[in-house]
Design a protein around this ligand. Structure first.
Ligand code: 5GP
Length: 158
């Protein structure tokens, strides 16, 4: 079997609609979508459109610095969320993948302190994740290549 799971932008478009459909089918109507930056930003923005949710925010968490290059723990980085804006809100947290699940566990705990309800949506979940997200598009135990991070940053020509 191939050692990588490769997601294309085309398939990402399909994934967003299918994930949004499963959120809607569950009867969950989020007031706010929180994207975990940076990996969850494309999904968070696209899900907000697919669900018709206008309020979006981000939480910046850093854990991986490369393939299997991990910090000891996920760290929340500035700019920080305004917790006043979370009061009484039904939130949907969007991320690219629950791998160890530690990032989503941290974000879920932080959000639950302030929100009325928190659910989580990911493109992929891995079997060993410490959290099982509420909405999962695909499950895999491989390293995933996402279309937004599979190339080096551009460099200026000339
Ligand atoms: P965690 O281990 O906390 O669940 O994952 C934290 C972050 O590491 C993910 O949101 C993602 O950005 C990155 N990550 C984890 N597994 C993979 C993977 O298989 N592929 C890629 N490209 N990033 C990953």
């Amino acid at each position: 079997p191939p050692e990588r799971e490769v997601l294309s932008y085309d398939r990402f478009g399909v994934a967003v609609r299918e994930l949004a459909q499963s959120v809607a089918d569950a009867g969950y109507v989020p007031d706010l979508v929180i994207a975990v930056a940076r990996g969850g930003l494309p999904l968070g923005g696209a899900l907000a459109y697919a669900l018709g949710t206008k309020a979006v925010g981000t939480l910046n968490v850093e854990f991986y610095t490369g393939i299997d290059q991990r910090l000891p723990d996920p760290v929340v980085l500035p700019p920080l969320l305004d917790v006043e804006a979370l009061q009484g809100v039904r939130a949907l947290v969007a991320d690219d993948v629950a791998d160890t699940g530690e990032t989503l566990a941290l974000v879920g705990q932080l959000m639950a302190l302030h929100c009325a309800e928190v659910r989580t949506a990911v493109l992929y979940a891995k079997p060993h994740s410490v959290v099982d997200p509420d909405f999962v598009w695909r499950r895999t135990d491989r390293w995933i290549t996402f279309p937004w991070s599979d190339q080096e940053p551009v460099v200026a020509a000339g």
